[in-house]
Design a protein around this ligand. Structure first.
Ligand SMILES: *[C@@H]1O[C@H](CO)[C@@H](O)[C@H](O)[C@H]1NC(C)=O
Ligand SMILES: *[C@@H]1O[C@H](CO)[C@@H](O)[C@H](O)[C@H]1NC(C)=O
Length: 219
C-alpha cells in the first residue's frame, strides 16, 4: 500500500518536473494563440497572452515585404529580416519563424548561435560558403551552396554563411522557434556591456592585451 502511494507520488513529481524543464517551444494548446500586448483584452495564456479568438483575423498570420532586400551597407555586408512572433503575432505557440538573409558581395553572416532553434536554409540567389562547428572536440561541417541548395544547422551550434560570389546573395531560413534568439560570437565576447575583463580574454584567446583592446574597440 505505502509502496503504491510512493510510486504514485514519484510519477506525479516526475511529470511535474518534466513540464517545468521543457526545453523547447511548447506545443499549442489550441488552434492558435495570436500574441497580444494589451493584457486587458487578452484571454487564454500559453506563452504570451492570446488575443480573443473571435477578434483574430487573417492579418494576424500575415507579414508582407520579404521580397524587399534589406540594406547591407554595414561592416559585414549582411542583414537579416527575422519574421518572429514580434512581427507576426500569429506565430505565438507555433514553434516556427522565418528569416530573409541579404548579403552584399563577400558579405558575411558572422559566426553565431541560435539558443532555441535549429535552422534550415535555402539559397535563392548567389553562392554561399556555410558551415557549423560541433561541441568539443570542434569538428567543422562546411559546404558551398548555390541557388536552390538547402543546408541545415543544428540547434545551439556555432554557424556562419559567407557570400563568396561577386554578386549579391539572398537566402531564406526556417527556424523551429517563434523566438530563436541569436548570440553573435564576436559581439558577445568583445562587445558585451559592461565589457568582459580583458585579462579573461587575453588568457582565453592566448593573445596580447593590445590585441584584446583592439578587438574590444571594434564592437
Ligand atoms: C537592415 O536593413 C533594414 C531595412 O533595410 C535597415 O533599416 C537596417 O538599418 C539594416 N541594419 C543594418 C545593421 O544594416
Ligand atoms: C509587443 O511589444 C514588444 C515590446 O515592446 C514589441 O516589440 C512588439 O512589436 C509588440 N507586439 C505587438 C503584436 O504589438
Amino acid at each position: 500500500m505505502i509502496k503504491g502511494v510512493t510510486y504514485l507520488i514519484t510519477v506525479a513529481l516526475l511529470a511535474l518536473a518534466s513540464s517545468l524543464v521543457s526545453a523547447y517551444d511548447p506545443s499549442p494548446l489550441q488552434d492558435f494563440c495570436v500574441a497580444i500586448n494589451n493584457t486587458n483584452s487578452a484571454v487564454f495564456v500559453n506563452g504570451k497572452f492570446c488575443k480573443d479568438p473571435a477578434a483574430v483575423t487573417a492579418d494576424d498570420f500575415f507579414f508582407p515585404g520579404l521580397n524587399i532586400p534589406a540594406i547591407t551597407t554595414n561592416k559585414v555586408g549582411f542583414n537579416v529580416t527575422l519574421v518572429n512572433v514580434d512581427l507576426l503575432p500569429g506565430l505565438n505557440t507555433l514553434g516556427i519563424s522565418l528569416a530573409r538573409l541579404d548579403f552584399a558581395p563577400y558579405g558575411l553572416d558572422p559566426p553565431h548561435i541560435h539558443p532555441r532553434a535549429s535552422e534550415i536554409l535555402v539559397v535563392a540567389e548567389g553562392t554561399l560558403l556555410v558551415g557549423f562547428v560541433t561541441s568539443n572536440p570542434n569538428k567543422l561541417f562546411t559546404k558551398v551552396l548555390n541557388k536552390g541548395d538547402v543546408f541545415a544547422f543544428p540547434i545551439g551550434l556555432i554557424h556562419f554563411q559567407f557570400n563568396i560570389g561577386q554578386t549579391n546573395a539572398v537566402a531564406f531560413a526556417g527556424l523551429n522557434s517563434q523566438n530563436p534568439g541569436v548570440i553573435t560570437i564576436a559581439n558577445a565576447v568583445f562587445g558585451s556591456y559592461p565589457p568582459i575583463n580583458p585579462d579573461v580574454l587575453v588568457k582565453a584567446f592566448q593573445v596580447d592585451k593590445n590585441v584584446v583592446d583592439y578587438l574590444q574597440k571594434q564592437f
